[in-house]
Design a protein around this ligand. Structure first.
Ligand SMILES: [Zn+2]
Length: 291
């Protein structure tokens, strides 16, 4: 009896020591990554969802894709104990960007919710508002020219929509889509939502000096309605990310857009081919993390 309990005690001590050791390694691992910004373009099927995480672990999710897949993707990207996000951003209220955000609000603590204030006319839009209310998340209306800052180096600038959509109902939500420039040190990502060629054109005319970036989220899942030649010349990306579902019914991405990207020598990464696409930036260069 006495012998058994001593053996049990020794086993427990070993378990605790191993546990502490793992914890220590976990800590070192976290610390070693601590100067990097992480940007993940999730594979959520036909839709968009992008996570931005600063070295200080401020987490921002831009769009949530078309459904509950996002909760699983976030669960894999973040430690199991991390069930909160600082900010979620809705670029526009289309299903393939917004429905997943409703699921995120149900599963995660969310500090704040941001969008253009445009009024959606769908059930998921109503649910999104109700969940944000229930969560008591701060509600932020983003307007052209505003800049969000997190930590010492992350800057997110609102480039579009060019008009004020707050409180409005519109026929075509794509024109109301946020276009966000995410800058960390000297590195830049451009998140475009489903912004169409007409908005690209105005941006090129009005703020060309702000458009030069390294990683471009290809507008509207590679549809022909976005990604003009002038847009690619002004943004001059090294990498183009297309968030698109396998065998989607829209035929995205269009062959024409793919050819255009290739003709400029831009590296194309597609979530339907590679799953989640993950980048790290140290403020000087962006590296792609292989799956
Ligand atoms: Zn879309």
């Amino acid at each position: 009896m006495g012998f058994d309990s001593r053996k049990n005690l020794i086993i427990w001590v070993v378990i605790v020591l191993v546990g502490l050791n793992l914890f220590a390694w976990g800590w070192v691992f976290q610390e070693s990554r601590s100067s990097f910004l992480r940007v993940i373009f999730f594979d959520v099927g036909q839709g968009s969802a992008v996570l931005i995480e600063t070295p200080q672990k401020t987490q921002i999710l831009v769009d949530g894709g078309p459904g509950p897949q996002i909760v699983e993707r976030l669960g894999q990207a973040l430690p199991f104990f991390d069930r909160s996000l600082d900010l979620i951003v809705s670029t526009h209220p289309d299903f393939d960007h917004l429905a997943g955000l409703v699921e995120v609000l149900k599963s995660y603590r969310v500090g704040a919710v941001a969008g253009t204030g445009v009024r959606g006319q769908t059930a998921e839009y109503e649910e999104f508002l109700a969940e944000a209310e229930r969560e008591r998340a701060d509600q932020i209306v983003l307007k052209k020219g505003q800049v969000l800052r997190a930590g010492s180096d992350l800057k997110i600038e609102v480039l579009a929509p060019l008009e004020d959509f707050a409180g409005r109902e519109v026929k075509d939500y794509n024109r109301s889509s946020l276009v966000l420039k995410v800058s960390y040190g000297q590195t830049d990502f451009l998140l475009t939502g489903d912004s169409p060629v007409s908005v690209e054109k105005e941006l090129v005319e009005k703020m060309r000096d702000k458009l030069d970036i390294e990683v471009l989220q290809v507008g509207h899942h590679g549809s022909q309605s976005s990604t003009s030649q002038a847009w690619l010349e002004a943004t001059s990306p090294e990498i183009a990310v297309i968030q698109v579902g396998q065998k989607n019914k829209y035929g995205h991405p269009s062959q024409e857009v793919l050819e255009k990207l290739k003709s400029y020598g831009i590296k194309i990464l597609r979530t339907d081919e590679t799953g989640d696409i993950r980048f790290l930036s140290d403020g000087y260069a962006i590296s792609l993390i292989s799956n």
